[in-house]
Write a protein that binds this ligand. Structure first.
Ligand code: SAH
Length: 502
C-alpha cells in the first residue's frame, strides 16, 4: 500500500540559541524536502535564522507571511477575517507539498504546542496527513535558566499567563500561585506591570528579553523601558522560596486572618496572599494545619486556650520586625482571635505595632447556604460558651432575642466538657417559640465530614451536638419545606403587616 502524501513535522526549534535545537529537530530539518516557517511582513524569520545551520542548500523553503500582525487591515472580515484567510491559504500551500509526497518540516519557536503558530496549521492538516511533533525547549525554561533561579520546588505551583489577560484577572492569578511566567509581552507590558503591582509581586518579578540569544537581557521590572519591550520577552515570578528579594522592607505587623469554615476554596485570595507574605504564623494547631507553609516561615502552634497570651506573643514578634499572621477559622472577628489581638494591642506598650484584620466567610453563612436562606431576615449571633461570659448572660440574651422574634445563629453550642447548654437553651427558647420551629444543625460544613440536618426545636437533642456544629434556630417566620433536593429552610424578607416605606 503506498501513501503518496508526505509527512508533516511540527518542529520545535527552542528559544533562540541554535544549540538548543534538539538533536531530533536538527535531523528532521536536515532531512525534510520542504522547510516552512511563519514570518511577519518584513520577511525576516527568527525561526529560519535558528534553523539555517541545519538546512540543506537544495531544500524547498516556504515562507508563510502574516498579512497583519498588529496593524490594521482592509479585509472585509477585519483582523480575524484576514488571519483566518491567511491560515487557510497557508495550510493549502503546505497541503500541496504533502499531497505530492514531500515531507514538510514546519518550524515553531520554542515548543510547537505551546502558544505557537504551528497549531493553526496542525488543526487544518492533521486529519488529512500523517503528522509528527518534535517538542522543543520553551522560552520559559530559557528565561529561568537566564535568571539562574530555581522556578519551582517540591509542591509549589507554577502558572503560565498570557499578558493579554485583563489586569484584574492577571493580578488574581498572580496572588494565588507560587511562581508564574507571563508570556506575550510587548504592548501588554504596562498592564502586566500594574498586575504585578496589584498582586504585590513586582519586587520579585524579573524581565527576560530574547532569552538564550546573544541579545539576552535580564532586568528588574522597574528598569525596563516600557516603550521598547519586544514580543520575545517574558516576565518570571520565581516561587517565594526562591525569590532573592533583599530583606523585607516592610515593618513588622500583625495581620489577623480568617480561613473560612473548612473548605479551601472558601479561603479568600487576600488571606492567601497575607499568609504567603508572612514570616511567622501563629494560631491554634487545627487551623495552622489547614495552611501550607513555605521554607523559612516559622509556625507557632498553640492550643485554643488563653487568647490574650497568643495575642501578646504575636504582637511581640511584630515589634521585633516580623510579619505575623494570626490564623482563625471562619471570620477572625466572630468568636475568634481578632478581638483579643485588637484588645491587647490597645495597651500602651504595643502602640507602635501595626494591626490589621482581614475578613473571612463565617460559619453561620456557610451553614445557612446549605439549606437555603434561614438567615434571610434579621438575625442574632450568640456563642453558647460560658467560658468567657457567665451563663446568666447567655440565658438573658437568648430570651431577649427569642422575644424579639429573630432567627439565631448559635456558635460553640457544645464541647467535650460542655454538654448541658444545648438542652438549657432549647427549654428557654420553647418559652417563646413554637415546638415545630425549624432548627438547622450544620456540622463541619465545607469539610469531608460535613453533615447538615433540619429538626424541630422540640426534637433538638443535646447528644447530637458537638463543637464542630453550628445551629440556626428559626424565627416565627422561618419555614422548612420538603423538596426533591432535601429540606429547604428560609426566612422571608417580608414581615407580616409590613407597610412599604416611601
Ligand atoms: N471564627 C469562626 C468561629 C469560631 S468559634 C467563624 O467565623 O466561623 C467555633 C465555632 O464555629 C464552632 O463551635 C462552630 O459552632 C462554628 N463553626 C466553625 N466552622 C464550622 C463549620 N465548618 N461547620 C459548622 N460550624 C462551624
Amino acid at each position: 500500500m503506498s501513501i503518496q502524501s508526505g509527512k508533516l513535522w511540527g518542529v520545535g526549534i527552542g528559544p533562540g540559541d541554535p544549540e538548543l535545537v534538539t538533536v531530533k529537530a536538527a535531523r528532521v530539518i536536515g532531512e525534510a524536502d520542504v522547510v516552512a516557517f511563519h514570518s511577519a511582513q518584513h520577511g525576516r524569520s527568527i525561526s529560519r535564522g535558528v534553523a539555517s545551520r541545519y538546512m540543506r542548500e537544495d531544500q524547498i523553503e516556504v515562507h508563510l507571511v502574516y498579512p497583519v500582525t498588529t496593524g490594521t487591515t482592509d479585509h472585509p472580515g477585519g483582523y480575524q477575517g484576514a488571519i483566518d484567510e491567511f491560515y487557510e491559504q497557508a495550510a493549502e500551500r503546505l497541503a500541496e507539498h504533502l499531497v505530492s509526497g514531500r515531507s514538510v518540516a514546519l518550524l515553531a519557536e520554542g515548543d510547537p504546542l505551546f502558544y505557537s503558530s504551528y497549531m493553526h496549521m496542525h488543526k487544518r492538516l492533521a486529519d488529512r496527513f500523517d503528522v509528527e511533533i518534535v517538542p522543543g525547549v520553551t522560552s520559559v525554561s530559557a528565561a529561568s535558566a537566564a535568571m539562574e533561579t530555581p522556578l519551582v520546588e517540591r509542591d509549589e505551583v507554577f502558572t503560565v499567563l498570557p499578558g493579554t489577560l485583563p489586569v484584574d484577572e492577571l493580578a488574581r492569578r498572580l496572588r494565588t500561585t507560587d511562581a508564574a511566567a507571563i508570556m506575550k509581552l510587548g504592548r501588554t507590558f504596562p498592564t502586566v506591570v500594574r498586575a504585578l503591582e496589584q498582586s504585590g509581586r513586582l519586587a520579585e518579578a524579573r524581565y527576560v528579553e530574547r532569552a538564550s540569544t546573544d541579545r539576552e537581557r535580564v532586568l528588574a521590572i522597574g528598569d525596563v523601558d516600557q516603550s521598547e519591550v519586544p514580543y520575545f520577552s517574558i516576565a518570571i515570578v520565581p516561587s517565594p522560596s526562591n525569590n532573592n528579594v533583599a530583606a523585607d522592607p516592610l515593618p513588622g505587623e500583625v495581620v489577623v486572618v480568617g480561613l473560612g469554615p473548612g473548605a479551601d476554596h472558601w479561603t479568600t485570595d487576600e488571606v492567601r496572599q497575607e499568609i504567603a507574605a508572612a514570616t511567622d504564623l501563629v494560631g491554634y494547631v487545627t487551623y495552622l494545619d489547614r495552611v501550607s507553609t513555605r521554607p523559612g516561615q516559622a509556625r507557632h502552634a498553640s492550643d485554643n486556650k488563653v487568647e490574650s497570651e497568643r495575642a501578646a506573643f504575636a504582637l511581640d514578634l511584630a515589634k521585633r520586625g516580623k510579619r505575623v499572621v494570626v490564623v482563625s477559622s471562619g471570620d477572625p472577628g466572630v468568636f475568634a482571635m481578632a478581638a483579643a489581638v485588637v484588645e491587647v494591642a490597645a495597651e500602651p506598650q504595643w502602640s507602635d505595632v501595626r494591626v490589621r484584620v482581614v475578613p473571612g466567610m463565617t460559619a453561620a453563612n456557610a451553614v445557612a447556604s446549605r439549606v437555603g436562606a434561614p438567615l434571610g431576615h434579621d438575625y442574632a449571633v450568640i456563642s453558647l460558651s460560658d467560658r468567657l461570659k457567665p451563663w446568666s448572660v447567655v440565658a438573658a440574651r437568648l430570651s431577649a432575642v427569642a422575644a424579639a422574634d429573630m432567627a439565631i445563629a448559635i456558635y460553640n453550642p457544645a464541647s467535650k466538657s460542655r454538654t448541658w447548654q444545648v438542652g438549657a437553651m432549647r427549654d428557654l427558647l420553647l418559652e417563646h417559640r413554637e415546638a415545630d420551629t425549624p432548627v438547622v444543625i450544620g456540622r463541619a460544613v465545607g469539610t469531608a465530614d460535613e453533615s447538615v440536618r433540619v429538626v424541630t426545636l422540640e426534637k433538638l437533642e443535646p447528644e447530637d451536638i458537638d463543637m464542630r456544629c453550628l445551629l440556626i434556630i428559626g424565627s416565627s417566620q422561618t419555614e422548612a419545606v420538603e423538596s426533591d433536593a432535601g429540606t429547604r429552610v428560609f426566612t422571608s424578607r417580608r414581615y407580616p403587616d409590613s407597610q412599604p416605606s416611601s
